[in-house]
Design a protein around this ligand. Structure first.
Ligand code: PMP
Ligand code: GLN
Length: 390
């Protein structure tokens, strides 16, 4: 977490958003929507504030949100979840992830993630002192796919946890039932816990999201994490949750007590209401699919080779041809120069890899763009990128 010179590292998202503000560039780096979620959810939070729900919420979350999470999991996936013992409300998915890793691993344990990976997954493993091992997602005609052989090879008898993420940031991959079955088999064989980050569960474009907890023998060893930020376009509210076997949830709650104690009280009843609403996420996914197509077409016109994502806010683009045209070294250099060259901010794929790893090298020319922006913003960005180096 410290840079080589001893200074405190800033996340790539903070660095790139600051660059966008400084240069006035269009920010297709950090993934957050430029349109808020529904008015009725905002009003529910305002009403909760006015009704005086402004002191500490219960440590495991307000009852109506825990019940709403359990009902949501039953309605969408057929999962039976006890809202009183098997759900924990957290300060975003980020806290759920970090608290899970801190609660359930110790130095010497191995935690396996996909690579590339969402940055806080690696940071959580770093803070716990566990050892981070990875299995690559490899680009091909069907998108970035899990290298199942590498997954099996990466699992040793020190494997304690598999930290999964599907739909996957940054590749936009939605893991198939077969890929998940391979992960589940490794978890069972090594008696490992699975912690699965499913914050983009509703943001898929035709692909089926399969929660790993629904696979045979997995509910008893899986903690499932999600968040209202992505599903309802309230990323700043930081209302997340996890559910799983009571013993595991109790361990995570114990850590959460000393991280945040409880999470923001008035937002929780508002999100409990939202969780009963399937129309809002469905409409968001449909509109995101159109915006994905718009940005992918713009990137292709500009000379990028895109891997079309099946879910999330993000598309990965291979910038090799653009780099050659501009005489630039790699995706990191392109992202540093992109505000000045095109007035656009993006994130290099290597930020989602272990420094110097084979995956970091394979994806050195890849760049991640977000399409969770208004169509007019995406059209403007596409026009700007089309002028790159021509
Ligand atoms: N996991 C993934 C894969 C993400 O992309 C993000 C960022 N939005 C998070 C977790 C963090 O979610 P939250 O804002 O709810 O902490
Ligand atoms: N999840 C968003 C992204 O991947 C934002 C994350 C953040 O700012 N930490 O861009």
């Amino acid at each position: 977490l410290l840079a080589e010179d001893g200074s405190v590292a800033v996340t790539i998202f903070a660095e790139m958003s600051a660059l966008a503000v400084r240069t006035g560039a269009i920010n297709l780096g950090q993934g957050f929507p430029d349109v808020d979620g529904p008015e009725y959810v905002k009003r529910a939070a305002i009403q909760a504030i006015e009704a005086g729900r402004n002191q500490y919420a219960p440590g495991d979350g307000v009852p109506e949100l825990r019940h709403a999470v359990a009902e949501h999991q039953k309605r969408h996936y057929g999962l039976d979840v006890d809202p009183d013992t098997e759900v924990l409300v957290t300060t975003g998915a980020t806290e759920a992830l970090t608290a899970s890793v801190l609660a359930l691993t110790r130095p010497g344990d191995e935690v396996l993630t996909l690579e590339p990976f969402y940055d806080s997954h690696a940071a959580a493993i770093g803070m716990s002192g566990a050892t981070h091992v990875t299995a690559p997602l490899v680009p091909g005609p069907d998108g970035f796919r899990l290298d199942v052989e590498a997954l099996r090879a990466a699992a040793t008898d020190r494997l304690r946890m598999i930290l999964l993420n599907s739909p996957h940031n940054p590749t936009g991959t939605v893991l198939t039932r077969d890929e998940l079955a391979a992960v589940a088999a490794v978890a069972r064989e090594h008696d490992a816990i699975v912690v699965t980050d499913e914050v983009y569960e509703h943001l898929t474009f035709g692909a089926e999201h399969v929660p790993v907890a629904t696979l045979p023998g997995m509910a008893e060893r899986t903690l499932t994490i999600s968040s209202s930020g992505k599903t309802f376009s309230f990323t700043g509210w930081k209302v997340g949750w996890l559910h799983g076997p009571a013993a595991l949830v109790t361990a995570v709650r114990t850590v959460k007590q000393y991280l945040t104690y409880t999470s923001g009280a008035p937002f929780q009843p508002a999100i409990a209401q939202a969780l009963a609403d399937d129309d809002t996420p469905r409409a968001l996914a449909a509109s995101l699919a159109e915006r994905r197509d718009l940005l992918c077409a713009g990137l292709e016109t500009a000379g990028f080779t895109v891997t079309r994502p099946a879910g999330t806010y993000f598309v990965m683009a291979d910038a090799s041809a653009v780099l050659a045209r501009l005489g630039l070294r790699d995706g990191v250099e392109l992202c540093r120069r992109l505000p000045e060259l095109a007035g656009v901010v993006a994130i290099p794929a290597s930020a989602f890899c272990r420094p110097g790893s084979p995956t970091a090298q394979a994806l050195a020319n890849h760049v991640r763009f977000t399409f969770v922006k208004s169509e007019s913003v995406l059209r403007d960005a596409a026009t700007r990128l089309a002028g790159l180096g021509v």
